[in-house]
Write a protein of this length. Structure first.
Ligand code: C2O
Ligand code: CU
Ligand code: CU
Length: 519
């Protein structure tokens, strides 16, 4: 799967890291100028946010399609999957072997296709020489099979997750979640997809032929050492703002090219970066028609000129390649988003630094295949939406304040840094509460909660945008902003803690995480 075509021209980026940031974070008194999307000149000072340019690759590589794994249905009706966490070697630069980690392969992993309502068993064998966990990000599963820091798998050991698929059709993913090591293991290559299917929901409404008109794109940045190894060391800036690499990879390759059919296609986008927020758009200026967010389908497709995804967030979009000339190319462009509060340290990153490049081509969609027999004729005008969570008046409400990112590197929630022996919140099972997250820092934090269903209620008191509705498992809280969410707590009580945390993995590993139990 990850074999590489021969180099066509020069190797990928030279590891340029042209933008420097201030070393310390200074609190600002006002909330003015917050928000993502703006780009700032090099050399200016600012407040956190993943920084450092990403640079274009000039060498083309054909896009690897994550292998679709539909599992094996046993006679009892349980769908079974097997994952092996292993070491391997990947050539990110042609001719240069780089040690990587993967699931059932050298890098990344398969897309596990689950069915809504089905009994499921996933066996994991850890073939690494260190402990890991496998967390099902977005799946609503019992706490004891969530794969968080409380379910470590020792080297050489096996672990099994059994659950009934409770999610609506959606794109979820899996990745390690070991105490303090999540960032490094994800960066080394561990990430895979979970596709939840439900043949009874809108059959035929969306493109669904894997790798042909239904494509998963894992977007990640990495930094490489001069010898071509993944640089997992964290600089002081990385510890503050999160890791950023100059190389953007799509499904593990730079310069990705996909031979596409001339029709509507579905792209399942995952921001699998440790810390970088990416904004994507089409090079031909056509809209991305968003049909789903993290939790599943929207009530209707939303035409968007660009889509920003924070780490952990997903979006499913439809792209019209049917009106493109045969042989033409449509680019998916990506740009780093400034997630700090203004004055930003190059965060908007004129991504190419000296070249002044502001965006890179993440993927070239080369329209080289004819329209397929099962192509959809047109995008659906309405969809069966993932059901939103609604909170009753008088529902219990909880407040969480996100702090830190000052000189000391410590990130906290309600003044506390993560302690695996401490339960931060005890809440009743099977009820709906309102949780309010206030971000008292100068950079955005993507908040993720395990094992619950959530819907956004308000951002600073305002109703969420159309694409933010439905079910969510990860959402951004901008600097000085308050986001209220309705949270349906786990269906069953369990003494095993579940996590809520910032999905900037360096913040998570540095303590911006708490634990709750449902009783
Ligand atoms: Cu994607 Cu707690 O993780
Ligand atoms: Cu998760
Ligand atoms: Cu954070």
């Amino acid at each position: 799967m990850y074999s590489r075509p021969k180099p066509r021209s020069m190797p990928i980026d030279q590891g340029r890291r042209l933008l420097l940031r201030g070393a310390a974070c200074v609190p600002l008194a006002t909330a003015a100028g917050c928000g993502g999307g703006s780009s700032f000149p090099m050399g200016s000072m600012g407040m956190g946010g993943p920084v450092g340019p990403i640079v274009s690759s000039v060498t083309e590589h054909s896009l690897p399609i994550l292998p679709l794994d539909t599992g094996v249905l046993d006679p009892s009706g349980t769908r079974q999957f097997a994952l092996r966490v292993q070491r391997g070697t990947t050539q990110f630069r042609d001719g240069v072997d780089t040690p990587t980690l993967g699931y059932n392969g050298a890098l990344l992993g398969p897309a596990l296709r689950l069915r809504a309502g089905e009994a499921t068993r996933i066996r994991v064998l850890n073939d690494l020489d260190e402990a890991t966990t496998v967390h099902w990000h977005g799946l609503v599963v019992p706490a004891d099979v969530d794969g968080g820091p409380h379910q470590p798998i020792a080297p050489g050991a096996s672990w099994e997750a059994r659950f009934t698929v409770a999610n609506p059709p959606s794109t979820c993913w899996f990745h390690p979640h070991g105490h303090g090591v999540t960032g490094r293991q994800v960066l080394s290559g561990l990430a895979g997809l979970v596709i939840v299917d439900d043949p009874t929901v809108d059959p035929g409404a969306l493109p669904r032929t894997w790798g042909v008109d239904d494509l998963a794109l894992v977007l990640q940045d990495k930094r490489f050492t001069p010898s071509g190894q993944i640089d997992t060391r964290l600089s002081a800036d990385d510890r503050l703002s999160g890791y950023s690499g100059e190389t953007l990879l799509v499904n593990g390759v730079t310069g990705a090219v996909w031979q596409a059919p001339r029709q509507w296609v579905r792209l399942r986008l995952l921001n699998g970066c440790n810390a970088r927020t990416l904004s994507v758009r089409l090079g031909n200026a056509a809209a991305l028609l968003q049909v789903a967010n993290e939790g599943g389908r929207l009530a209707q497709a939303v035409a968007r000129s660009s889509i920003a995804l924070a780490p952990g967030e997903r979006a499913e979009v439809l792209v019209d390649l049917g009106s493109v000339a045969s042989g033409a190319e449509v680019a998916l462009l990506a740009r780093s988003v400034d997630t700090g509060m203004g004055m930003g340290m190059g965060m908007g990153m004129g991504m190419g630094g000296a070249s002044g490049e502001s965006e890179v081509t993440a993927l070239k969609m080369r329209v080289s295949l004819p329209r397929q027999a099962d192509a959809i004729a047109a995008p659906p005008s309405a969809l069966i939406a993932a059901p939103a969570i609604v909170a009753a008046a008088g529902a219990t409400s909880r407040s969480f304040t996100l702090e830190g990112g000052m000189m000391g590197d410590l990130f906290t929630i309600n003044g506390r840094s993560f302690d695996i022996r401490r339960i931060d919140v005890t809440l009743p099972a099977h009820t709906v509460e309102v949780w309010r997250f206030f971000n008292a820092t100068m950079m955005a934090h993507p908040i993720h909660v395990h094992g619950v269903r959530m819907s956004l209620l308000t951002r600073d008191g305002a109703a969420p945008a159309l694409h933010e509705r439905g079910l969510r498992d990860t959402f951004v809280v901008e600097p000085m902003q308050t986001v209220a969410v309705a949270v349906q707590t786990p269906a069953q009580a369990s003494s095993t803690p579940l996590m809520f945390h910032c999905h900037i993995l360096e913040h998570e590993d540095a303590g911006m995480m708490g634990q709750f139990v449902a009783v």
